[in-house]
Design a protein around this ligand. Structure first.
Ligand code: AMP
Length: 421
């Protein structure tokens, strides 16, 4: 028997209602906030991610699904959504359309990580990007949007963490300070941190193994230049002005290289180790970095699998997917079958979800199946009914049966559905 690849999932049945719910809320709210959808390819040139996410990041070093295609090109399944959106923005000359521009995406991402609850190798993200604005107003609006998204989905038990990584010079000074501090522990740091010390210094703060050294490490917020400081203060003021609660987290650095100034993450309280629901920030240098003009930008992404885990942990009731309310059963000659398929189509064209018997079973087996799939009413057509120009409707809950004249059956069924609701 074939098995799915480790860290991937088959999505079907009852769980789809969570996917529909999240995608519906995300699309609706995106429209309300003025984001247009963008769909980029699932794979890109490898160097796009190396350049944007960063050569020394965990994603590029360890997690990318990279392969050579038959034309000898190095291709990577996208590990995140921002780099492809930025590539599309530059390549398609979208810069000419004026600012701000706001885009959202929904789709699968791929990272070779160790699978566990809330961490997969193929996972899905909803993401949003804003191009053109250097103003803290944009940072505030983005965080408000992310917060509102979770609230609209029905979540409450989460926390927003914000930080500022400053500008390049601020960060360089801070990295030096971190190195100065960590040098005393260099011999005892874990192997990963020994590498991070040289190549990805900020990520020292993220290490689970060496967390005990973080407490007394210097804080980025003490190294912010005047402009970054002002930007950060204004962001916090704006968030407070609309009542957004947030936690300042000077240890928050995020795993990708392209961020500057604002970074944020949203953590759910009930998800354990994989608690990050969403993360993002400002990436003013990225568009230029991959060949465009200097355009300030920012964005975030939320993990859909983790949103689903959160919805379940908070017992949020999501809309059910509408099931077949009517099941059309029949037994008899060709005319009976014609009548059955015609009636099913007629009801469906009225927007009523209808199941039609496809298995050619006995009427009692058909009724049993209808009951198993939760149909509320069964249409029963036999040769006798056909001769008399009538259709029988059985209420599956009460067992009651009524007969309708053929011409009145659609309206009769509609009335019965309305009464039921
Ligand atoms: P990141 O781009 O790493 O900040 O990811 C943004 C969000 O995507 C995270 O907060 C998670 O909700 C989700 N996410 C990231 N990696 C994974 C993964 N391997 N499996 C499931 N969700 C993930």
């Amino acid at each position: 028997m074939y098995q799915k690849i480790k860290g991937t999932d088959d999505l079907y049945g009852e769980q789809m209602k969570y996917w529909y719910w999240i995608e519906k809320k995300a699309r609706e709210l995106s429209t309300i906030y003025g984001y247009g959808e963008i769909r980029t390819p699932i794979f890109e040139e490898t160097k796009l991610f190396v350049r944007s996410v960063g050569q020394d990041t965990d994603i590029v070093q360890k997690e990318m699904y990279t392969f050579e295609d038959k034309g000898g090109r190095s291709i990577t399944l996208r590990p995140e959504g921002t780099a492809p959106v930025v590539r599309a923005f530059v390549e398609n000359g979208m810069i000419a359309q004026g600012f701000p521009q706001k885009y959202f995406y929904i789709g699968p991402m791929f990272r070779y990580e160790r699978p566990q609850s809330g961490r997969q190798r193929q996972f899905h993200q909803f993401g949003a990007e804003i191009f053109g604005s250097p103003s803290p107003m944009a940072d505030a609006e983005l965080i408000i949007f992310a917060d509102r998204l979770l609230k609209e989905m029905g979540l409450i038990d989460y926390e927003i963490h914000v930080n500022s990584l400053g500008d390049t010079e601020d960060r360089e000074k801070y990295k030096e300070a971190l190195k100065e501090y960590y040098v005393q522990y260099l011999d005892v740091l874990c192997d990963d941190c020994k590498v991070r010390y040289e190549r990805n210094t900020l990520r020292l703060l993220d290490c689970k193994v060496d967390a005990k050294y973080v407490e007394n490490a210097p804080r980025i917020t003490d190294y912010l230049g005047e402009e970054s400081k002002k930007h950060y203060e204004e962001l916090k003021r704006l968030l407070s002005s609309v009542g957004i609660e947030y936690v300042e987290d000077p240890r928050l650095v995020r795993g990708l290289d392209y961020y500057n100034r604002t970074v944020f993450e949203i953590h759910h309280h009930r998800l354990g180790a994989m608690s990050a629901l969403a993360g993002g920030g400002r990436y003013d240098g990225l568009i230029k970095e991959i060949g465009g003009k200097e355009v300030p930008a920012l964005g975030f992404a939320a993990g859909i699998e983790r949103l689903i885990l959160s919805l379940k942990s908070e017992n949020v009731q999501v809309d059910e997917i509408s099931k077949n309310i009517i099941y059309v059963t029949y037994l008899g000659n060709k005319e009976v079958r014609n009548e059955a398929i015609k009636l099913a189509e007629l009801l469906r064209s009225e927007g009523i979800p209808v199941g039609l018997e496809l298995m050619e079973r006995s009427i009692s087996a058909q009724l049993k199946h209808a009951s198993r799939i939760g149909a509320r009413f069964c249409v029963i057509i036999g040769e006798d009914e056909l001769d008399r120009d009538v259709v029988v409707i059985k209420n599956m809950e009460t067992g009651e049966q009524v007969e309708f004249e053929k011409n009145f059956v659609v309206n009769g069924i509609k009335d019965m559905i309305q009464e039921m609701q």
